[in-house]
Design a protein around this ligand. Structure first.
Ligand code: ADP
Ligand code: MG
Length: 545
């Protein structure tokens, strides 16, 4: 008698498992889908995306990482690609689309080799070798710059904004960016360091992008609490208070029975006394400006105004911290403790009308390394997109200064890199050679996409670019506006080296990681279960496919 062999279940019910080539195919497909989504936004002629979230809020953007974050991608390997964009954002602040598009192309080319039975581990090894070599090549071709090369820094800033919502005012905004960064940069013997927290970006809807300004100091989105307070205080001595200048509400439901009118006025008098005492402590400290993180009682406002003190209430915690650093004040949590030693100093605290609303400018701070960029623009969507573009350009200028090395863009650096990588491939033998070649070909996706997005013929342009590079024109790139091959350096399309080194290494790493996966085991509800579209990430209809 033969016994029936019972199947053995090692996974809980509802889990799914995809193995071998199927797992690889599904992962690659998902990764490619993510890359395809952002591909059309690459470069100055890239299009924007409109993303509508569950509650109907819309975001219109051209920024790779923003698009991917807003999309709420769930498929696991697609999520890994989104991580590439996030790493790029954290490390440089720009180049997120480049990194993702590159990762997608590396996997696409890997798929072709997998179909030709090249083993995934050989491929992964080849990619790692290519990545290492690419870093070396990029460092060799990069150009050294100094902090005095203001024109180059301005070009870097403008390159980051080309094709974004900020483009119309890019000269003006680039001036602001370069000024802000130079203002807070610290020069020491080990080079230049910039603390990006010293540059605050505030947004205020209204006016036009051209009204965007750089304020040497801190801008608070707050007005003075009482109209009788002076609008401007010179030689400000600032108290930062993190407790309410109010009578505390009784915590328990105590009932106070008032049986006769005298008792009521007595009660009010008592309150007034407490508030007067609070204001007296402030007066005694010598402060002429009070910035309070909590509320300020009406009566206290009145007394403060009478004492010639300028006050704002409900100041954001992050602003309080920035103020503490900029003015060397210490934030006081218990008002009774306040004394002269806690006060910060600034040349002037002033209420300024910006558009229809009042804001408080704290200028001439004790620590001059505090600047605010106040972004203006017609609507909230404009202001938000300008902020994203400014973030990118700020990241680029900071990175260029820190590392002191830059390259030209417009596809020039990628063509040169691909050319050198092919030379390296020739020195190898066997299947790794194929992998390095595939890597080199993948890099060319950047100029190809720049051309494609500009409505140019990608094959013609790449052929022309390659011919120029063979003639040692290392910065030959594509002018997406005229469709011609130009010297990208002379055209002012300049980017920090780090954008490229980071994009190449993160893309290579994620590609290697995805290639090594041959088994996807997913619990139910993990988002990894095969979907109708073969494991593609969930995305709004009509996006990228
Ligand atoms: P990312 O998110 O990768 O920064 P972008 O949409 O900002 O994507 O596009 C960056 C690409 O556009 C880079 O390859 C850069 O060299 C290229 N680029 C920027 N300005 C120009 C220009 N004026 N002409 C051609 N290419 C440009
Ligand atoms: Mg960019």
């Amino acid at each position: 008698m033969t016994k029936d062999i019972q199947p053995v279940f090692i996974l809980p019910e509802g889990s799914t498992r995809t193995q071998g080539k199927n797992a690889q195919k599904a992962n690659i497909l998902a990764a490619k889908a993510v890359a395809d989504t952002v591909r059309t936004t690459l470069g100055p002629k890239g299009m924007d995306k409109m993303i509508v979230d569950a509650v109907g809020d819309i975001t219109v953007t051209n920024d790779g990482v923003t698009i991917l974050e807003e999309m709420n991608i769930e498929q696991p390997s697609a999520k890994m690609i989104v991580e590439v964009a996030k790493t790029q954002e954290n490390e440089v602040g720009d180049g997120t689309t480049t990194a993702v598009v590159l990762a997608g192309e590396l996997l696409k080319n890997a798929e072709d080799l997998l179909d030709k039975d090249v083993h995934p581990t050989v491929l992964a090894k080849g990619y790692r070798m290519a990545d290492e070599k690419a870093q070396e090549i990029l460092n060799t071709i990069a150009v050294d710059i100094k902090d005095s090369d203001k024109d180059i820094l301005k070009n870097i800033s403008m390159t980051a904004m080309t094709g974004k919502g900020a483009e119309t005012a890019k000269e003006h905004l680039a001036d602001i960016t370069v000024k802000a960064v130079s203002f807070v940069a610290d020069k020491s013997t080990d080079g230049i360091s910039v603390n990006k927290d010293d540059i605050r970006i505030e947004k205020k809807v209204g006016g036009s992008i051209f009204n965007t300004e750089l304020v040497e100091g801190i801008v608070l989105d707050k007005e003075r609490v009482h109209p009788q307070m002076a609008k401007s205080i010179e030689s400000a001595k600032i108290a930062l208070i993190d407790s309410a200048i109010e009578i505390k509400n009784p915590e328990t439901d105590a009932k106070i029975q008032i049986t006769d009118p005298n008792q009521l006025s007595g009660f009010i008098e008592q309150e007034e006394k407490i508030l007067t005492k609070m204001v007296d402590i402030i007066k005694k400290s010598g402060a002429n400006v009070v910035l309070c993180q909590k509320g300020i009682d009406d009566i206290a406002q009145h007394f403060l105004a009478k004492a010639g003190i300028y006050a704002c209430r409900r100041v954001k915690k992050s602003d309080m911290e920035a103020l503490a650093r900029a003015t060397s004040a210490s934030i006081v949590t218990n008002l009774d403790d306040l004394n002269e030693k806690h006060l910060g100093k600034a040349g002037q605290v002033e209420e300024v009308k910006v558009g229809d609303e009042e804001m408080t400018y704290v200028k001439g701070c004790k620590n001059p390394k505090a600047v605010t960029i106040l972004i203006r623009g017609g609507t909230e969507h404009v202001v938000d997109e300008v902020k994203r573009a400014m973030d990118d350009s700020m990241g680029d200028v900071v990175s260029a200064l820190k590392i002191g090395k830059v390259v030209a863009g417009a596809g020039s650096v990628e063509i040169e890199l691909a050319k050198e990588l092919r030379k390296f491939a020739d020195s190898l033998s066997g299947r790794e050679q194929l992998a390095v070649q595939a890597f080199a070909n993948a890099i060319e996706i950047i100029p190809r996409t720049l051309a494609e997005n500009a409505g140019l013929d990608p094959i013609d342009i790449t052929t022309e670019l390659k011919a120029a590079h063979d003639k040692k024109q290392i910065w030959a790139g594509v002018d997406v506006f005229s469709g011609k091959v130009v010297d990208a350096w002379k055209a002012g399309v300049i980017e920090p080296l780090k954008i490229k080194t980071q994009a190449v290494s993160s893309a290579a790493e994620v590609a290697e990681m995805i290639l090594r996966i041959d088994d996807v085991i997913a619990g139910s509800g993990s988002g990894a279960a095969p979907e109708p579209m073969g494991g593609m990430p969930q995305m709004p209809p009509g996006m990228g496919m």
